[in-house]
Design a protein around this ligand. Sequence first.
Ligand code: NAI
Length: 376
Amino acid sequence: MKIAVGAETDPSEPRVAATPETVKKMIGLGAEVAVEPGAGVKSGILDADYTAAGATVGKGAASGADIVLTVRRPSPAELNGVKPGALVIAIMDPYGNEAALKALADARVTAFAMELMPRITRAQSMDVLSSQANLAGYRAVIDASAEYGRAFPMMMTAAGTVPAARVFIMGVGVAGLQAIATARRLGAVVTATDVRPATKEQVESLGAKFLAVEDEEFKNAQTAGGYAKEMSKEYQAKQAALVAEHIKKQDVVITTALIPGRPAPRLVSAEMVKSMRPGSVLVDLAVERGGNVEGVQAGKVTEVGGVKIVGYTNVPGRLAASASGLYAKNLLTFLEILIDKKEKKLTVNWDDEIVRATALTRDGLVVHPNFMPKSA
Ligand code: NAI
């Protein structure tokens, strides 16, 4: 059984799908591991580190592999080197990318999308959305503090008092919770909002203040899967009015609001940005899905009337070594359910809910119910 670790071809992707630690574990599962040269460099892992862990490093690592691990979905050109029937496991970005899914099916690989991992206890250690969002939430606060021309904590000095920064977190999922915790650790006064009622207690338990329109719709705004629902126009208007008043007094706003499979909700209007005082900073973690902040530009820090809007993409990649470490562990625990340790071979159990939830293509077809071609 051969497992290949790809080198990412997108120059904006510094993460890698395996670490020396996970290579050793994969060898322990009975695999031989082949790594593409330079795969880990941007995450601080040298080819020699992989070799020392027992892998071989060489061009064309994916050739003849039974399993191919990457961070991003491999391009059709990369799939050329992969044998039919091989498992290809990555963050596949399947929504709205029908042509790319067809290319995976046409290459006759069995593709798994790590971001479709069900949110059940058994799959928690395989949950790439959580592992990466946690780091993004942390990094958003660090990026905000770097752009902010003042200190975060209150400081009483002989030369006078520096007030604590007021930080407002919008969207309290995994990223938002870590942003709250990080901003609190830096000494900021933190408030947060979300549409899911369960978040109120979580926000308060982290020492921040919760702010939201708590009407009947709010009480039912969580799906069985734990995600947010899209809110009605009426609710959005009420929420916007509340937020508009609050945002005027904030120094830093970090937005993380997402609804699975939908564009990001627009939470901060240009008017609201204008109402903030010069020197304030907004960080929009939802920029890759259209953004929560009006005027945010992907990959850029822009300035509107002295207010900075930070729109970095691939924020987990800004902590590449940490992000790779966690992602590689997510992949390893997923592999452990696909490999029979005793027999040292692949045994995919197609009745396992984790397998069914993440499988995108198989035997030349798109098999995931959410992404099957309409005409089929
Ligand atoms: P997400 O990335 O899909 O969304 C981020 C946050 O934005 C969510 O809290 C959502 O409620 C919020 N949001 C959406 N629309 C909004 C609006 N209009 N205004 C304000 N906020 C808005 O969420 P994430 O981080 O993936 O977490 C979703 C849930 O899944 C959480 O409850 C989390 O604790 C849970 N979870 C469960 C796991 C498990 O059981 N294995 C693992 C990880 C997360």
